[in-house]
Write a protein that binds this ligand. Structure first.
Ligand SMILES: Cc1cc2nc3c(=O)[nH]c(=O)nc-3n(C[C@H](O)[C@H](O)[C@H](O)COP(=O)(O)O)c2cc1C
Length: 210
């Protein structure tokens, strides 16, 4: 299985070669892999900011524990989740599903109403935790896609989400910053590349119920 080989190859890159850029074609592929992530009900309650402005990245760095990946990686993706979910979000999804799958919106009404009922049962905090979880599935897709394309990547939670919200104007967009993904190419002197993977054994991680 080549995927296992790819997953062994990847590591959370600590030091990037700031001179080496990921091509636009590969970034497009990466975006497609993220687009194809599974999500609860298919709602895709996230937006991924592709932060290209070098000054903005400099601004974000001190609020990211000073981590060099923020400015040195080729690209910086900020995975943001919806702060809340409205009936309109469900209606938009139903309209899209109807259009793509060639069915009538009216025929999906019962399904949409059930979705709304289940979503509206959640408290505001539960909604945020739920949207956040969906976003991490998208992050997982991105990590696997990068590994397959032999692009280095760093998933990052080491940042001040409130500051990101402020700098990137997320609140006005109904979003909050969940997790960051730096992508690019490792620096030849990144010692982390040589370190063996630290993972619990399969026996520890899994339990079989018979
Ligand atoms: C959600 C998440 C947040 C992380 N945050 C950071 C981070 O802020 N900085 C960093 O260098 N690595 C970060 N990591 C990388 C992990 O430390 C790393 O994935 C883990 O130690 C396993 O090592 P490996 O990915 O190199 O195999 C994060 C990983 C995940 C999944």
């Amino acid at each position: 299985m080549s995927l296992i080989k790819d997953l062994k190859w990847r590591y959370a890159t600590k030091k990037y070669n700031a001179e080496k850029k990921v091509s636009e074609a590969e970034i497009s592929k990466l975006k497609e892999a993220i687009q194809l992530a599974a999500s609860s009900w298919g709602l895709q309650l996230y937006k991924i900011l592709d932060v290209r402005n070098p000054e903005t990245r400099e601004q974000l760095k001190p609020h990211s524990w000073g981590q060099s990946q923020i400015t040195d990686a080729s690209h910086l993706l900020v995975f943001c989740s919806h702060n809340s979910v409205s009936d309109q979000d469900t209606d938009d999804y139903i309209a899209l599903k109807a259009k793509i799958q060639g069915v009538k919106v009216e025929d999906l009404k019962g399904y949409g109403d059930f979705m709304k009922m289940k979503i509206n049962e959640k408290s505001p905090n539960e909604v945020k935790s739920w949207t956040d979880k969906q976003t991490y599935i998208a992050l997982g897709n991105a990590l696997i896609a990068c590994a397959e394309m032999k692009i280095d990547a760093t998933p990052m939670e080491g940042f001040d989400a409130a500051k990101y919200d402020e700098i990137l104007g997320l609140k006005e967009k109904g979003l909050f910053a969940s997790v960051v993904l730096a992508v690019g190419y490792r620096h030849a002197e990144d010692d982390a590349a040589e370190q063996p993977k630290v993972r619990k054994s399969i026996e520890t991680l899994f339990e079989t119920y018979e």
